[in-house]
Structures are given as structure tokens and as C-alpha cells.
Design a protein. Sequence first.
Length: 244
Amino acid sequence: MKNFFIKSVATLGIATLGLSSFVGTNNEPNQLSEQEKKEGWTLLFDGKTTNGWHLYNKGKIPTAWIIQNNELYCKPDTFTVEHGDLVTDKEYQNFDLRFEWKITVGGNSGVFFNVVEKESNPTAWSTGPEYQLLDTKHDDYEANVKKRAGCLYGFFPQKNAAVTKPAGEWNESRIKQVNGKIEFYLNGVLTAEQDLTSKDWKDLVAKSNFKYFSTFGKTVKGRIALQDWSKGIAFKNIKIKELQ
């Protein structure tokens, strides 16, 4: 009886602790808590507009990126506006970027960083490395372990195995870069590490198909881009903290 009482009290304490962690938090999407604001976080998506973003190499024009249910959604079945990758108006160098994403069955998208936007770079992916977003039903999931969600696309498999949630469910991702050293996380698991200033990285690029693009992976500063995908991709809670 004594052991049962002790166990019950302990269980109650854990439950109370779990409940208290939610008290006073803001569950509304696309908002920062007061603590996050003090820490220096900035929203990159306000849930209502595409302010702070524009279409790669085309500026602020009507695009397939729309606001739907407080989500930044790339609408695949619209043909009256421009399609393309959405990039930040601002460039970033040292940063901690966090975002949530969900994708359709068989979907394939990505988030590029250190993107150098200019006419001679035809696409965002030809200049900036990619944090891969991929549904487990896509053919690449089984065919190439270097193209799974959370990978540094085309270069490495996941450093640690991370579970991608089913199509239509939200995943949490993080890209951190400090002086060219990057870390990727997927649903809390470290999935990639690389020093983009190292000889190792330069050698990897030189042996890849990206070698045909003169600026790919050669800078540690640039825009962040969200990849257009023909089957639909959605983002929310996109926030960034610039680091020293």
C-alpha cells in the first residue's frame, strides 16, 4: 500500500509538471512568445501575408504561394499566377531557423539557404544547399538515402535516423549555421552536420552534379528559399534568430 501511495504521488507530480509546462503558453500559430521575443527571435511568416518574401528572380508579383488556414501554402493547381521558389527579402549569415512543414503523398520539396539571387543563377537550388523535405511514399525515399527528409540533399544520409511524419501531418525542422558550420534537425533529431568552409565540402561539391553551377555552396551568407512543389507543400511557424 505504501509503495502504491508513493508511486501515485510521483505519477501525479509528473502529470502536474507536464500540465504546468503548458500553462501560460501561446498555442496560436505564427506567433512569438514574450520569451522568444526577448531571446531575439523574429517571425518570417505572420500567418496572414507573404510580407518579407518574393519570388526568386521575379520580385513581388502574384504567385502560387497563398495563405490558407494560417499556413503558407504552395497551391499546385493554379495557372493564372507565377510558380517558383519563394525567397526572403533579407539575407542571413549566422542564424537559427526553425519551421514546421507538411507535404502531400509522394511530395518532394526543400528549404535552401545561402542563396545568391541574381539572373546568372537560374534557380535557388543552383546556388544554395538544401535541407530536403520528402514524403516517405516518394520513390526517392527508398532509392536514395541521401535524399530523405532532413538530409543535406544529395550529399549525406541522415546522420541519425529521424522519423518523418505521414503526409498531411506537421514536421518540425531546424537549420542552424554559425560561421559556415551547419546543423540540421528533423523532429528533434540531429540529421546533418557540415562545415561549408572546409576543403572536404569543396571536394564534395566538385564531385557532384552541382559542380556545373559556379556559385553553389561557395558562400555562407544569402537568402532562404522555400521550394515550389507541383503537388503542394505548406509551412507555418517560420522563425529565425540571428546569431553572433
